[in-house]
Every structure is written in C-alpha cells, then in structure tokens.
Design a protein. Structure first.
Length: 177
C-alpha cells in the first residue's frame, strides 16, 4: 500500500536521493550549467528549499518510491519537484502522487496546478499530459511575465509551463440513520 507523508527536514536526504537518482535522465538535456544544480541537489539545496515548499514522500513496502513538492502561490499551486525514484517508474506511482498533490491544492481551495517540463524530456511530458495537463506556454518571455514574474526563480532554459484545472472538492454527503 502506498503511503504519502509530508517530509520533515530530517527526511530531506531521502528527497535528495530520489531527485539525484534521476540525474542521468536530465544530464544531457539541460541547456545551461546553472540548471544542473536543480537536478543533482546538495545538502545546501535541501536546507534552502525546505522552508519555501512542502515536500511529500511516497513510500511502499518500506521503500521511498517517489516525491513531489507543493507550493500555494495564491491563484494556483506550483509543483516544483516531481520525481519517481529510478527503478520504480511505470508502476503508477507518479499518477498516485499527483492525485495526492491535486487533493492538497483542492484543500487550499485552489482551482489550478502548474508545473514545468523540459521540452526534451518527452517521457515526462507524455506522463503529465496523460494526467490531464495542458500547455500554458513554452515562450520564455511570456512565462517570465506571468503573475507578476512569479516564475522567474523557477524557470530553466527550454521549459514548457503546463497547467491542470481542478474540479472543486465536493461537500461530504451526510448519511441519515
């Protein structure tokens, strides 16, 4: 059974391990050297990023299999880091983690989630589109001007911004006995 927990600072080594396990997939497609530090992350990265976002770890059978980060940016939620650990791809974990993050956004009463995908990461774009994401923009200047420049600190060269509209949470139905 898959369980998803919010990561404490002491679990950031697990987060780093999952992100770093995917580096070989991104190493050759990143366009500028500065972006490599976002895909092979250090302890310093963990310390800097932990206060700014919520990190969630997915675990099955005593093994961490994936993770995602969540930020409420006011009008929408931003999923900044979304990784499945190498060796655990194509088992449905990504879809289940994303469903959890969607519920997290709905609990904040947000109607949309956004994330970036590298244009050359065809496997990632295919996965996100299968989860219902659509392209918002692949134009760098347009992306950087959205929402008063909110994406300036998140943008990497060659990225496409994707979005997904969320249906509102349905009120719980009361059962009369």
């Amino acid at each position: 059974m898959l369980s998803i927990i919010r990561a404490s600072l002491s679990l950031m080594d697990e987060i780093r391990e999952i992100i770093n396990s995917n580096y070989q997939m991104y190493e050759k497609i990143l366009l500028i050297p500065e972006d490599h530090d976002e895909h092979f992350v250090s302890e310093q990265w963990a310390t800097q990023n932990f206060p700014d976002r919520e990190f969630y770890l997915a675990r099955e059978e005593q093994k961490y299999v994936g993770m995602g980060s969540y930020q409420n940016l006011g009008d929408f939620a931003y999923i900044g880091y979304f990784y499945i650990k190498i060796g655990f791809h194509r088992k449905g974990y990504g879809k289940r983690i994303m469903q959890f993050l969607e519920m997290r956004a709905k609990s904040d009463q947000l109607k949309e989630i956004r994330l970036f995908v590298n244009k050359s990461a065809e496997w990632a774009e295919k996965a996100y589109k299968s989860m219902g994401f659509k392209e918002l923009s692949s134009n760098k200047q347009e992306i950087l001007s959205l929402n008063d420049g909110i994406f300036n600190k998140y943008y990497e060269e060659g990225q496409t911004l994707l979005f997904k509209t969320l249906s509102p949470l349905k009120p719980a139905t009361l059962i009369n006995k």
